[in-house]
Design a protein around this ligand. Structure first.
Ligand code: ZN
Length: 150
């Protein structure tokens, strides 16, 4: 199905992200690699009356990114405040031999504040989108917001 990619601000952390907009159905998808927001607006068939939109929101509490030495990147979106048990699990996964600790990080996002818990996020991670540099893969340019087509 055809879709258009729009550049929008993440509704959760205001970073510059892409929204995948399916113009035939009005469905929208946003995934933010900074705060981990996973937003979907989906069209559901209800009954004979027709259709309705439902929003599904997951994540938005931060991300845990493990870069392994073999180049495989494993990204986990946090669905809530990190519990003590989760933190212990993340720490043990982070410290494994197969992990490149220099390029891995655990960052939480609570009440508008990012906190680095483990590792080092990539350069540009904490820039707001207006300050973003276009040569940084994590910060996307805001120009051409309405004419990106695929
Ligand atoms: Zn975000």
């Amino acid at each position: 199905m055809a879709s258009i990619l729009y550049e929008v601000k993440c509704p959760c952390c205001e970073w510059s992200v892409f929204e995948d907009y399916y113009y035939k159905t009005g469905e929208r998808y946003i995934i933010c690699s900074r705060c981990g927001l996973d937003y979907k607006k989906l069209l559901y068939h209800t009954d004979e009356k027709g259709f309705e939109y439902r929003e599904e929101i997951n994540g938005g509490h931060g991300v845990f990114v493990l870069m392994k030495k073999d180049g495989i990147r494993v990204s986990t979106r946090l669905n809530g405040r990190i519990t003590d048990e989760e933190l212990e699990e993340y720490k043990s996964r982070f410290m494994k031999d197969e992990v490149n600790q220099q390029e891995s990080y655990l960052v939480s996002f609570e009440e508008g504040v990012f906190t680095i818990i483990l590792g080092t996020p990539p350069e540009g991670f904490f820039l707001m989108c207006e300050e973003g540099k276009t040569d940084n893969e994590f910060v996307l340019p805001l120009e051409n917001r309405y004419n990106k087509r695929i």
